[in-house]
Design a binder for this molecule. Structure first.
Ligand SMILES: [Ca+2]
Ligand SMILES: [Ca+2]
Ligand SMILES: [Ca+2]
Length: 158
């Protein structure tokens, strides 16, 4: 039931992502809004964990209880369209593979929710520059590992 709901959510989100300007900053902004369940302009760890459980259910298409590399890459995190538009698909895929490998703490080839939570807790602590237990949009955009990886992968070649 929950799974079906989340798959529907993923489809429902797709058009709004495409309607946005293809700008990594806008995508990070829309991701922030999705995680910020109480819309108070800041993310706390409880919001992040709720979002990650929903995301894991949506990603885990074969219902194995974990996400493998293909499921993780297929999810795309909203940046795939930008990567395509900029001809940076290979870079973006490499960045995503690196993030996946870091998340896959026991090297099993699958990321469990527990591993995802461990990664997100570390990323959250790192991003929380003023250590107040919440992330501002700026802390999230500029310091979260996944946003750093995506922005670097999608940056125009100078
Ligand atoms: Ca919040
Ligand atoms: Ca694993
Ligand atoms: Ca903070």
């Amino acid at each position: 039931m929950n799974k079906v709901f989340c798959i529907l959510c993923a489809f429902a989100l797709a058009p709004s992502v495409q309607a946005q300007q293809l700008d990594p900053g806008n995508i990070a902004q829309s991701q922030f809004a999705q995680v910020d369940a109480d819309s108070n302009g800041r993310l706390d760890m409880a919001e992040q964990e709720r979002f990650d459980s929903d995301m894991m259910i949506s990603m885990d298409l074969d219902e194995s209880g974990a996400a493998d590399m293909d499921e993780f890459l297929a999810w795309g995190f909203g940046f795939s369209a930008v990567a395509e538009e900029r001809g940076r698909e290979a870079n973006y895929q490499t960045a995503s593979r690196i993030i996946f490998s870091i998340m896959d703490y026991d090297d099993s080839g699958e990321v469990t929710l527990e591993e995802m939570n461990g990664f997100q807790a570390a990323a959250f602590a790192y991003s929380d520059q003023d250590d107040d237990g919440e992330l501002t949009p700026e802390e999230f955009h500029s310091h979260h590992f996944m946003n750093i990886a995506a922005q670097e992968a999608l940056m125009p070649i100078q």
